[in-house]
Ligand binder design. Structure first.
Ligand code: ZN
Length: 357
């Protein structure tokens, strides 16, 4: 069985296993399935919430201006939700916050705050519109509307106030609006008003009705809160170094011969050199290492395998599998990906050139 290899050095007993048939074993490591280990960090949580509130303040102003002049069915909350999500992804990345409670709290706080600011902007715009439409009489109208009850019992029906009183009496809608002269009252008033959606030149419009309007307003809040949470959960699964608290950086290796063989090797933990292929086909595979820039071989290596995108002859975005190797596997893993090059230097160089993604 092993006669061929042991012929030159007789007397030295080598294990008669399949050692010479298969490539040299680079090490045997306990492989774990990839897991997100996140813990709550107060500082990161505070920073995230604070900066999300600042973001929400800005989006709220824009959102409020849209609210005040026209309602755009669900498009506006979806756009603001995606904006909140993208900003939060940046912050999650910078602060390394991955804990689900922090992500949810920051998203919900930002959604509530953004809508509150939006309603506040809507309130101020609406007050100003009333003021400018009433002109110099505005002050009198506000006074009469605030003291409307007193005016109903007043006998003296003369002067500028009586004119305002008569006008408000014949316009209950205007009266109701003018009585909502503080922000909380305005919000209560606004929630009572059925929303109108105007189309085209404003000739046709549909009303959502009172219940429909409240459902719409709450769905707006829901959309605004849920989109960033969903986006946050996706970044959560990015490999992270728990040793120093930073996101790991990716390095792509390959393509390697046969997806099945590579997975078998990587999942067994018995590392051997993977077979590099010059011209990959759809059966081949790319191996992506996630290592820590600061900790190098002091931190576990996360591995994600990717199929070959045959059009680009490079790794596809899709993930085939994920696993985590212990810290000791750092060098053997790199050897497994580089040592296959028979043309030594140039081959290794070629693999390295493909690392950027
Ligand atoms: Zn690290």
């Amino acid at each position: 069985m092993s006669t061929a290899s042991s012929s030159s050095n007789s007397g030295i007993s080598r294990s008669p296993s399949s050692a010479e048939a298969s490539p040299r074993l680079l090490g045997n490591f306990p492989v774990r399935s990839f897991q997100v280990e996140s813990s709550f960090e107060f500082q990161g949580f505070l920073l995230l919430c604070g900066l999300m509130l600042v973001t929400a303040f800005l989006t709220g102003i824009v959102f409020g201006l849209i609210h005040a002049f026209l309602w755009i069915l669900l498009v506006a909350p979806i756009a603001v939700g995606i904006l909140h999500g993208s900003v939060m992804l940046k912050f999650l990345h910078i602060f390394g916050v991955r804990d689900i409670g922090s992500i949810m709290t920051a998203s919900v706080l930002a959604a509530i705050f953004s809508l509150t600011v939006a309603y506040a902007v809507e309130f101020f715009v609406s007050q100003n519109q009333l003021d400018s439409s009433l002109g110099p009489k505005a002050e009198i109208y506000w006074t009469v509307a605030q003291n409307y009850e007193a005016f109903t019992t007043r006998d003296d029906q003369s002067g500028p106030t009586s004119e305002a009183f008569a006008h408000l009496q014949s316009n209950p809608d205007l009266l109701e609006r003018m009585q909502a002269n503080t922000f909380p009252r305005y919000v209560a008033y606004a929630f009572d008003q059925p929303l109108q959606f105007h189309f085209g030149d404003g000739s046709s419009s549909i009303s959502l009705g009172t219940i429909g309007s409240i459902v719409y307003r709450f769905s707006e809040l829901l959309i605004l809160a849920v989109i960033p949470i969903v986006m946050g959960i996706t970044i959560r699964s990015r490999p992270y170094c728990n040793r120093c608290g930073t996101w790991k950086t990716a390095q792509m290796f390959g393509p390697f011969k046969s997806r099945r063989d590579v997975h078998e090797t990587l999942k067994s933990g018995q590392l051997v050199a993977l077979t590099y292929v010059e011209y990959p086909d759809s059966e081949d595979v790319f191996v992506e290492f996630y290592t820590c820039k600061r900790c190098h071989n002091q931190s576990p290596v996360d591995i994600i395998t990717h199929p070959v995108d045959t059009k680009r002859a490079f790794a596809g975005k899709h993930e085939l599998s994920r696993m985590t190797y212990p810290t000791e596997a750092y060098t053997p893993l790199h050897l497994a990906c580089c040592v296959t090059q028979t043309s030594s230097e140039s081959g290794i160089q070629r693999i390295r050139l493909q690392n950027g993604r």
